[in-house]
Design a protein around this ligand. Structure first.
Ligand code: CA
Length: 424
């Protein structure tokens, strides 16, 4: 494990005990500076400008071109390769640990390099080339199968043999804080003989975690279970907004289309796989049936990351409607990426893969309103006396995520999105 993960490390920057960003995290993101952009990290509530660090010589010996650190997106930085980006993480850890005075004692440099997070605009961190969404939580797939198919045979025959997925839309992935307009589309009302057109009435979130591809492959090449982690740069929180009524009418036989492609939201900081190493947890047994050999999992490849979803009405008190955990995944990220490329499909730096809705085994840990309200039959009571079956106009949905171990909390911050009424 990297020395940057040492739980004993403290920073000379102030880090509150409930902060997602202690010195052991060092995630990467982008913020706007003047008319340009800067590659950044965060410790406590201080955003750290990596371009200024490099320009002022704090990355001496790492040999990083300044242009990489004033890009609009992290893609060029990630393309430097894990070996180098991990060195950057370790250098930042060294510079900001409590015993290092070099930058701490240089007020001019400190002013140029640090900005309070409340004073900057965090922007979309990745130029997403291709986006794939999986469907890898067994409890979620079982819940959906029970509701819409046969409660006795909830999982389709392929589900336990391969990580089911579909190719989503990269152009509509947006950063946390971006408003989402309620989509319009075709719906087939129950009992009707022809479809109607109008605003979605059953707007939902899906609690997911996304990973960013950090190393490309050539067409015809396949990633395998042994090298898959080399191809994963880091993780974000991911909200796969879903229009259930549009989805229900359109999805046969080729899968999700306009019911999904209107928007997905991600958190602004990419937490590296290396920072999450302490949270590696057991993967579920896969022996009934055993996966084919190319998907065989013989390591702990799940991650113990608490996930929470809040619905916050406009001017009202929010309510936590879901407490789940990334460890509940049946198919892990390595299996997803291995399966994705087993046919020779190439991947590129900045491609994004999302987990699929992460539901736990119990009510209260279901990762979508579809499951929480069980198709609208069990509404959720809100603190203001109103009820929710799905998401109302002007509601904000907030997903948070963090792991905690040895007194160190490694978090993602949040991904939030407010629903605006459909356009006239
Ligand atoms: Ca999804």
């Amino acid at each position: 494990m990297s020395k940057a993960n040492n739980p004993k490390l403290k920073s000379w920057l102030t880090v509150e005990s409930d902060s997602d960003f202690p010195i052991q995290n060092i995630p990467f993101g982008i913020f706007r500076k003047g008319k340009g952009f800067r590659v950044a990290t965060i410790i406590g509530d201080q955003v750290i400008d990596l371009f200024e660090l490099n320009k002022r010589g704090y990355f001496a010996g790492l040999n990083i071109d300044n242009s990489v650190l004033k890009s609009e997106f992290l893609n060029d930085f990630i393309s430097l390769g894990k070996k180098k980006t991990n060195k950057v993480r370790e250098r930042i850890s060294d510079l900001f640990k409590s015993t290092t005075r070099k930058l701490k004692s240089n007020e001019k440099d400190r002013k140029a390099i640090l900005s309070p997070v409340g004073k900057v605009e965090l922007t979309m961190p990745i130029k997403v080339g291709d986006y794939t969404d999986f469907y890898s939580s067994r409890d979620h797939a079982t819940n959906v199968g029970k509701m819409f198919r046969d409660p006795e045979n909830a999982l389709l025959p392929n589900w336990l043999h391969l990580p089911v997925g579909y190719h989503g839309r990269a152009s509509s992935i947006v950063v946390s804080g971006t408003d989402i307009t309620r989509p319009k589309g075709q719906q087939m009302p129950v009992g009707a003989d022809k479809p109607v057109f109008g605003p979605c009435k059953l707007l939902d979130f899906e609690l997911e975690v996304g990973f960013v591809v950090g190393k490309k492959t050539e067409l015809g090449e396949s990633i395998n279970m042994d090298n898959a982690e080399e191809h994963i740069f880091g993780l974000t929180l991911f909200n796969d907004w879903s229009a259930r009524d549009i989805q229900k009418w359109e999805y046969v036989p080729l899968g999700p289309f306009l019911g999904k492609s209107f928007a997905s939201s991600i958190s602004p900081w990419i937490v590296t796989l290396e920072a999450l190493e302490p949270f590696r947890s057991k993967s579920p047994k896969q022996n009934k049936p055993k996966p084919l050999p190319y998907l065989k999992n013989d390591r702990d490849r799940n991650y113990d990351i608490n996930l929470l979803v809040d619905i916050v009405p406009e001017n009202g008190e929010g309510k936590t409607v879901c407490e789940s955990n990334f460890k509940y995944m049946y198919w892990n990220m390595c299996q997803q990426l291995t399966h994705h490329t087993v046919n020779g499909c190439n991947v590129n730096v900045g491609d994004m893969c999302a987990s699929g809705t992460i539901s736990g085994p119990k009510r209260g840990s279901f990762g979508s309103m579809l499951e929480i309200s069980w198709k609208g039959t069990m509404p959720v009571d809100m603190p203001d006396g109103s009820q929710r079956k799905f998401i109302n106009d002007n509601d904000t949905v907030v997903i948070r995520g963090f792991g905690e171990k040895d007194g160190v909390r490694i978090g993602f911050g949040e991904v939030s999105g407010k629903i605006l009424p459909a356009k006239k």
